[in-house]
Design a protein around this ligand. Structure first.
Ligand code: S3P
Length: 438
């Protein structure tokens, strides 16, 4: 079951988390920043950039496309855009990054040269027809065997379309809008529910005319993109693990500074507050159209909640962590409308259910969600991160609530989005240490 070379985390029951910390830059914004900076005319400076597995893969692909990038510090990029890209000699490798491959595909279909976009075995399992279908409607020449990566693209003229998305996906919306940069005429995407709008915010910051009216987003192709100069706020989806840790560990109080608070991302705040958590927002600011602020969370006993509909999309990456909160909460937590979780880095409904059961949890897995009756006592055990960063971090939180020791195998993947996770947890008082598997 375990890869003997991967790094594991040893976790003990923890109490009384305290302190103030920041988290690494937002993953979604970092991907978009390096892509748009590569297309822009001039030098962009991106501070607070996330130097992690997923975003490094996008950075490598941009460099392979002939863009000169300096990295004066690990989290600062100076991207020298010349308003165009050059053909890469090799397939572009997006490792485990679904956002990287799907958004870059939107860009690559608009280029006057052929390209191949690929990734890890895990990424090759993920569905790509959701972007192939609308991009082909725009005129793109794109092929992926059985709707999977590797994606092979030949140059073709694009035309703007009006696309009504069958699933609420920011990656699909973004891929279509990015292709729209290179299309004849305007491109409109209609969302079935509100998804994260980082692409729209950053395209506007680059001077592109993007109009949003409710669920309808329209992009008018620009002559050129302006260079960017901004600071990436901390990733709410990384902060989410610290929020849940403090909300479930008596008698914690922690402060998280500089966190992105784009309302299309902060559904977990609504969910945790609905469960009785005490979370305050202060020091609100704006950067490149993105709201940020400080979050203070105090431990309070939690109760169960029902989650479905639009809230699911606003917290789509936070369900593995929410499952851990539900195990601590008094009463029943029911999640519906979350079938998309089965199409992430892993089938997160099935993998979380399977791994939490190793700790003794009782979970009723449903086709589009789960039901958990709490509170439940957990017992430390060996669990597996399945090469999925959010699974490995959520199992660490579960280990902090369990009696005895939990070993999270295959935890190296945490560096895909949150390098320094274990150190950050320790700085708040959690008993989490790295250990190689024997
Ligand atoms: C992302 C969109 C979401 C999310 C992913 C990042 C993005 O995926 O789960 O982690 O940056 O656009 P979907 O668009 O597939 O829902």
């Amino acid at each position: 079951m375990h890869n003997p070379d991967s790094t594991s985390l040893l976790v003990q029951a923890s109490q009384d988390l305290r302190g103030t910390t920041a988290v690494p830059g937002d993953k979604s914004i970092s991907h978009r920043a390096v892509m748009l900076a590569a297309l822009a005319d001039g030098t962009s400076e991106v501070r607070g950039w996330l130097a992690a597995g997923d975003t490094e893969a996008t950075l490598h692909s941009v460099k392979a496309l002939g863009v000169h990038v300096e990295q004066p510090a690990h989290d600062v990029l100076r991207v020298h855009g010349s308003g165009g890209l050059q053909a890469a000699e090799m397939p572009l490798d997006f490792a485990n990054a679904g956002t990287g491959i799907r958004l870059m595909t939107g860009i690559m279909v608009g280029q006057p040269f052929a390209s191949v976009l690929d990734g890890s075995h895990q990424l090759r399992r993920r569905p790509m027809n959701r972007i192939i279908t609308p991009l082909a409607q725009m005129g793109a020449d794109i092929h992926g065997e059985e709707g999977r990566a590797p994606l092979r693209i030949q140059p073709a003229g694009l035309r703007g379309i009006r696309y009504e998305m069958p699933v609420a996906s920011a990656q699909v919306k973004s891929a279509v809008l990015l292709a729209g940069l290179f299309a004849r005429g305007e491109t409109t995407v209609v969302e079935p529910g509100p998804t994260r709008d980082h692409s729209e915010c950053m395209l506007r910051a680059a001077g592109v005319d993007v109009q949003s009216e409710g669920a309808v987003v329209t992009l008018y192709p620009p002559q050129r993109l302006q260079a960017l100069d901004f600071h990436v706020p901390g990733d709410f989806s990384s902060a989410a693990f610290l929020l849940v840790a403090a909300a479930t560990t008596p008698v914690s109080e922690i402060r998280l500074t500089g966190i992105n608070l784009n309302p299309t991302r902060t559904g977990l705040l609504d969910a945790l507050r609905g469960m009785g958590a005490e979370i305050q927002v202060s020091e609100a600011s704006m950067e490149a159209g993105e709201p940020a602020g400080t979050l203070t969370v105090k431990y309070r006993p939690l109760s169960g909640i029902e989650i479905g509909g639009d809230l699911v999309v606003r917290m789509i990456d936070e369900f593995p962590a929410l499952m851990v909160a539900a195990l601590c909460a008094e009463g029943r937590t029911t999640v519906r409308d979350a079938g998309e979780l089965r199409l992430k880095e892993t089938d997160r409904l099935s993998v979380m259910t399977q791994e939490l059961r190793r700790l003794g949890a009782r979970i009723d897995e449903r086709e589009d969600g789960f039901v958990i009756e709490g509170p439940q006592k957990l017992q430390g055990a060996d669990v597996d991160g399945h090469d999925d960063h959010r699974i490995a971090m959520s199992l660490t939180l579960a280990g902090m609530l369990a009696q005895g020791q939990t070993r999270v195998h295959d935890a190296a993947c945490i560096a895909d989005s949150f390098p320094g996770f274990a150190e950050t947890m320790r700085s708040l008082g959690a008993r989490v240490v790295s250990g190689r598997c024997e």
